[in-house]
Design a protein around this ligand. Sequence first.
Ligand SMILES: NC(=O)c1ccc[n+]([C@@H]2O[C@H](COP(=O)([O-])OP(=O)(O)OC[C@H]3O[C@@H](n4cnc5c(N)ncnc54)[C@H](O)[C@@H]3O)[C@@H](O)[C@H]2O)c1
Length: 351
Amino acid sequence: MELTINLGTNSYPIYIENGILANAGHYIAKIFSGKKIFIISDDNVFPLYGKILISALDDWECHSLILPHGEPTKSFQSLPNIYETMLSAGLSRSDLVIALGGGVIGDLAGFAASSYLRGIKLVQIPTSLLAQVDSSVGGKVAVDLQQGKNLVGAFYHPKLVLIDPETLNTLPQRYIFDGMGEVIKYGCIRDAKLFETLKNKTSFEDLKEYLPEIIYNCVNIKRMVVEADQFDTGERMLLNFGHTLAHTIEQYYHYERESHGEAVAIGMYQISRLAEQQGLTVPGTAETIKEVLVTYKLSYECQLPISELLGAVKLDKKNLNNSLNVILLKQIGDSYIHPTDLSFFENAGLI
Ligand SMILES: NC(=O)c1ccc[n+]([C@@H]2O[C@H](COP(=O)([O-])OP(=O)(O)OC[C@H]3O[C@@H](n4cnc5c(N)ncnc54)[C@H](O)[C@@H]3O)[C@@H](O)[C@H]2O)c1
């Protein structure tokens, strides 16, 4: 399956296919005529898929850099080592960087590619569900500072994205659930049919044979939203459904308790409950979301006391001046931006 992100001179194709990794050379040859390829990956992913990828790239001189897995690697401090290794490999502006891994590697390698020699070609090969349906598409790349996540970054589009759903066979369960939070989000904001498919299955295992299609549907929604709003100033906000509460929960627990997808799951259910109580969402929507979250082993309960939660929402710098935009559903598959203020949260209790 193929789709194209249409962004004028920044347009690029995305291919989604089981086993595509072993055929990567065929697709890379279409967009790259240089000599050297520099693969950046992590110590979980590279031992599983590095060999397959390198064997598929025997027309080029390949170099690889394998970094420790996990968010701390996405630090600004990782960059000098990456640039130095690129320089030692003699990587020039006409060469190529491949990010092989989850969102951490995609964001980090993407930022390194955007800044090395003022920008060198980038291919994303995402291997986590979150990276396949979300982070590898849209051109946002970033690193973390001690003061917070994603504080240094760029909009830098890849030349190509290759998605091999079979790599998810080795992804630890926790990250499957995490990615499913985002998949469910896409169904909620734009695709009632996708939501229905998710609802009709009984587990992630049950969903496996449909994964290429499901990933395609998610990427296609992200495509539409990104094309309409390349620089994240308007419609792209719809992708933030569930995120106001998710960020609050993540920050309150210092990113140690819920993963991002888990926090988004809670956020989607809770914001829909609040919206229903205020007549802003069709009754029963939150209950339907809850059903699907339970199927994919995501929680929906917000254990934060309401007073703590409100305090944390107020402290969030995005909610300055008391005004904030929340993303709500009219119903499943139909989302909108609702300009409001903190009273939105004060009007109702959370469970
Ligand atoms: N750029 C964007 O638009 C965007 C969007 C959402 C999230 N993000 C970023 O994405 C990051 C999170 O991404 P993530 O959840 O993929 O985390 P991750 O990259 O840390 O991957 C999760 C874990 O799974 C392992 N892994 C990945 N693929 C595997 C596979 N196929 N088999 C076995 N193990 C595998 C990794 O080594 C890691 O331990 C965060 O830094 C977040 O800020 C970026």
